[in-house]
Design a protein around this ligand. Structure first.
Ligand code: C2E
Ligand code: CA
Ligand code: CA
Length: 543
């Protein structure tokens, strides 16, 4: 970098060799152009465009910065007035000597009047270091500028030494997060933490946060997800002369959509992100509080970061009693049960439907059964930072299941104990779906479903000897097929060993909810020769 002599710079100011380049500042989420930052260039007759880094420090050291700033400001106002739509703001960098000099507000006011540029469109950017030297004087300048309607921005934020005190006593509207953090935001966790902290700080003080030096869409996406408001950088546009900005500030195509830089990534990110972190938090809180399940978030050291009322109540404590405390401390009686699962979730595994049994306090207390889900939560870089826990109390369901199981067992006992054969038949083909012990005995078949007949002709006498009849052709099968009731019909049933038994058969259709006959409940009583009454039987013994 060349070092310029004071005399050369003095001549350059006089010869009006400094030019303004404008770089767009956009709304990160929509890509809407909000304004431009002016970055000076020295249009050197021999060396061409020279960047400000090589002449601004010399101007500041030699006391020329006031003359430079006065000329630049008028030039900026004139160009902005002529080239930019009135809705767009203009940010101008101010050297520390100006900020501390005392004449800045008057100079700004005069330039604005002479060039006809309203000061509500002006943002002045001041680096942190400018504040350090003399806070009182900086405060006096800031007050004067604010009273003119100028907005103030703190530049290169995060790199200097400004304390929270500076932010508190100086009326800044905006903080610009230094590009060194933006550059590493994708790769360094520390940078992400710093950016998140700066965004949080800015928002908590009611300031807009602007990220400088955004070059990649992935950086923009990350910044959006962290709640940063505005952005500047090559992704949206390089600094350029006002006359070359037309494509960026061409009238918008859609009605009222404003000047927009199309950044597909921002739109994608915003589709997944309905609101700013503060609103998201409020929404999450509402979901949390209203959820019909117990919810909590546990950090990587198994401490409660948040918990909803429902789960807190399930633990028999208040919400604040949980916060910051270890899971083992809050639920010692189940911690050993859940610890290995929590650990696995912290290693990135999603754990579904874990049954957790909480022992009862007394022998008469059955305790409770909870169904828990552990979902690892990851940060922007995919690292697990904690576990989301959802818990449902399924004690009532478990009790019901148990009661059902018991009544089923009773019914089964009764089913098998009655001295009458009972079978459930599928009416479509005569398959026996279930049978009690007595039915198995009559048919001389094993009790299991496989051992039971799976067609009418395996248990109902098919008709006269040698006759091959379809089920629809023998009367009892036909009645069963139609879902009819049958009352004490005497007939022959075929046994597994091929022999035949006289039985008295009754049946009742089992009708489903839709009125459709789903099956038939069949009862069988074995008859001996003497107890047979009906000689005009429809079914006959095959010879
Ligand atoms: P700054 O205010 O922090 O401006 C941002 C610098 O980053 C500019 O450098 C800009 O061209 C550059 N930049 C913008 N987007 C990107 C990006 O995506 N990637 C990278 N790598 N760089 C980007 P520039 O124009 O060389 O200005 C350097 C510094 O000079 C400015 O830093 C500002 O502090 C100072 N400056 C510029 N113009 C003026 C002026 O008129 N008055 C005063 N007092 N200082 C000025
Ligand atoms: Ca700046
Ligand atoms: Ca900066």
């Amino acid at each position: 970098m060349a070092s310029w002599a004071e005399s050369e710079l003095r001549k350059a100011i006089k010869a009006d060799q400094f030019v303004c380049h404008f770089q767009p500042k956009v709304d990160l989420r929509t890509g809407a152009v909000l304004g431009f930052e002016v970055l000076s260039r020295w249009n050197h007759p021999q060396h061409g465009l020279i960047s400000p880094g090589s002449f601004i420090p010399i101007l500041e050291k030699t006391g020329l910065s006031h003359a430079f700033a006065t000329r630049m400001l008028r030039k900026v106002f004139a160009e902005a007035r002529d080239f930019l739509p009135p809705s767009l703001s203009v940010s101008v960098n101010i050297s520390p000597p100006q900020m501390l000099g005392g004449s800045l507000p008057a100079m700004v006011q005069r330039a604005s009047e002479e060039e006809g540029f309203p000061l509500h469109r002006l943002v002045l950017e001041i680096t942190e270091s400018a504040l350090l030297d003399d806070l009182d004087r900086a405060r006096a300048s800031a007050k004067g500028l604010k009273s003119l309607g100028v907005r103030l921005s703190i530049d290169d934020f995060g790199t200097g030494y400004s304390s929270l005190h500076h932010l508190q006593v100086l009326p800044f509207d905006e903080i610009k997060i230094d590009m060194s953090f933006v550059r590493s935001v994708l790769h360094e966790r520390e940078s992400r933490k710093i950016v998140a902290a700066l965004v949080g700080l800015g928002h908590s003080l009611g300031m807009i946060t602007v990220a400088e030096g955004v070059e990649e869409t992935a950086q923009a996406a990350m910044l959006i997800s962290m709640g940063c408001d505005h952005g500047q950088g090559w992704l949206y546009g390089k600094p350029a002369p006002a006359s070359e900005l037309t494509n960026m500030i061409a009238p918008p195509s859609g009605k009222g959509s404003g000047h927009r830089i199309d950044c597909p990534n921002a739109r994608e990110t915003c589709a997944n992100l309905e609101s700013y972190p503060a609103q998201r938090l409020a929404q999450l809180q509402a979901i949390y509080d209203g959820a019909p399940v117990g919810l909590c978030f546990v950090d990587s050291r198994m401490r409660f970061v948040s918990i909803n009322e429902r789960l807190a109540a399930l633990h028999g404590r208040t919400v604040p009693e949980h916060l910051g405390r270890n899971v083992g401390e809050i639920v010692p009686d189940v911690f050993e049960q859940i610890k290995p699962h929590l650990q696995r979730a912290l290693e990135g595994e999603s754990i579904q439907d874990l049954e957790v049994r909480i022992p009862g306090a007394s022998p008469s207390d059955a305790g409770r059964v909870l169904l828990a889900t552990y979902q690892p939560a990851r940060d922007e870089a995919g690292e697990v930072v904690g576990v989301c826990v959802a818990v449902v109390d399924i004690s009532a369901r478990k009790q019901m299941e148990e009661a059902l199981r018991r009544s089923e067992a009773y019914l089964k006992a009764v089913f098998n104990a009655v001295p009458v054969g009972i079978m459930i038949a599928d009416v479509s083909d005569g398959r026996i779906i279930a049978a009690n012990r007595q039915a198995a005995k009559i048919l001389r078949r094993p009790l299991d479903a496989e051992g039971m007949p799976n067609a009418f002709d395996q248990w109902l006498a098919p008709g006269a000897a040698g006759q091959q009849l379809e089920p629809s052709e023998y009367p009892i099968a036909r009645a069963l097929l139609r879902g009819e009731s049958i009352h004490n019909e005497e007939l022959l049933c075929e046994r597994a060993d091929g022999s035949w038994a006289w039985v008295s058969l009754s049946a009742r259709p089992i009708v489903g909810r839709d009125g459709h006959v789903e099956g038939s409940a069949v009862t069988l009583r074995e008859l001996d020769e003497l107890s047979r009454t009906n000689d005009s039987r429809t079914e006959r013994l095959p010879s």
